[in-house]
Design a protein around this ligand. Structure first.
Ligand SMILES: Nc1ncnc2c1ncn2[C@@H]1O[C@H](COP(=O)(O)OP(=O)(O)OP(=O)(O)O)[C@@H](O)[C@H]1O
Ligand SMILES: [Mg+2]
Length: 361
């Protein structure tokens, strides 16, 4: 992981350098994550509804000796879509092939993958909303009829050679279910929508990971980390690793509420999971603009960040937490924002006199 705060970002999307509370995995994290992935539905924490529904789908398919229906998993980054796809394969006792929408640019790429699948295999297509149109159209037929037409030649002389495919289970994952064309969405037999996790569920994720990493953690320590994890298991696991480092170096290795809180304070992740950027946005909104309304561009300049960074990186979580609202007149802070930042709104400072009190009698 790159901790150099000044390192230029290579992503095209608005990003800030390596946030501890980013929901996306960074490159090196993938290996660490693999070790912490639950291996079956039983071990998979939370998402009760999706788990129960999926359990039925898979059990029924197994009982029929059939290949499971195609499954679409939608939800925010880090909630367990990839994990669940691997669990589907494991529960069905079949191999899994992993690819992603951006990796399939030509229909031919997809045809090659599809024709090399074994019977019953799970094909995991991550970021399925980012597939090219021709590949998508080939996928329709493959999903429905287990057949593709391979086009040979060009122009008027081109011919379509039908190719039979073994039955397979497509597991598609997307963070943007709304971007999927309806014909594609309709071809999935089951759609599971993943929700953010409740604190108690994240505590279970943390205890489980702590066990695998052989860490000594007290329940209050797990609760402290859970409260700062923004409803996301990936972030919970990442914060746990940082707290582990701190507990090793600064304490006796045991993760108590105090060590967890001190460690995450060092990393500037506050009690509610806000990091430095989130707090900078709120501080500017509250202190410089009296809680708003203020335009996005003005707010961004005040924070010293790009407009897109404020809008795409900081705001979604602040809005989700009910700390900031986007209105036609600009951004405003909610009462919860004032109290979270330990500040008093101007009206209340002025007492019963209201806003006027600010400017004297
Ligand atoms: N329900 C869960 N129980 C325990 N651990 C989980 C659960 N969901 C996710 N995790 C852990 O969180 C990490 C991220 O999960 P995963 O990679 O499956 O997320 P994702 O939804 O595929 O994210 P992305 O959208 O970025 O691809 C993994 O290390 C996994 O172990
Ligand atoms: Mg994933």
């Amino acid at each position: 992981m790159n901790w150099d705060e000044t390192a230029p970002s290579t992503d095209d999307a608005a990003t800030v350098p390596d946030r501890l509370v980013a929901a996306d995995a960074d490159g090196e994290e993938t290996a660490v994550e693999a070790a912490l992935r639950p291996k079956d539905l039983e071990e998979f924490v939370g998402q009760e509804r999706v788990r129960e529904q999926l359990d039925l789908v898979l059990r029924a398919a197994r009982a029929r000796g059939a290949t499971a229906d195609h499954v679409l998993l939608s939800g925010a980054p880090g909630l367990g879509k990839t994990t669940l796809s691997m669990i589907i394969a494991a529960e069905m006792g079949v191999p899994i092939r992993i690819t992603s929408g951006p990796a399939i640019q030509h229909a031919g790429d997809l045809a090659a993958i599809l024709s090399s699948l074994q019977e019953g295999e799970v094909l995991f297509l991550d970021e399925i909303h980012r597939m090219s149109r021709p590949a998508e159209e080939m996928l329709y037929m493959a999903m429905e009829d287990f057949r593709v037409d391979v086009i040979v030649g060009k122009g008027p002389g081109a011919t379509a050679i039908p190719l039979e495919l073994p039955p397979f289970t497509l597991v598609g994952a997307t963070t943007r279910a709304g971007l999927l064309p309806p014909p594609l969405r309709d071809r999935f037999g089951f759609t599971g929508h993943m929700e953010f996790y409740a604190p108690a569920e994240l505590e279970r994720v943390i205890h489980r990971s702590a066990g695998l990493l052989e860490l000594d953690i007290e329940p209050a320590g797990a609760a402290e980390i859970a409260g700062r994890s923004r409803g996301t298991p990936r972030i919970a696991n990442r914060l746990l690793r940082r707290v582990r480092d701190y507990a090793q170096v600064k304490a006796d290795g045991v993760i108590t509420r105090e060590t967890a809180a001190q460690a995450l304070d060092v990393y500037e992740v506050d009690g509610r999971g806000l990091d430095r950027l989130d707090r900078a946005v709120l501080t500017a909104l509250l202190k410089l603009f009296g809680g708003g309304p203020v335009g996005l561009s003005t707010l961004a300049v005040a924070v010293g960040e790009e407009r897109e960074t404020v809008e795409e990186v900081a705001e979604p979580f602040l809005v989700r937490e009910g700390l900031l609202a986007r209105t036609p007149r600009g951004r405003i802070a909610t009462p919860a924002a004032w109290s979270h930042m330990g500040l008093v709104p101007p009206q209340q400072q002025a007492g019963a006199g209201g806003q006027q009190g600010l400017f004297g009698p």
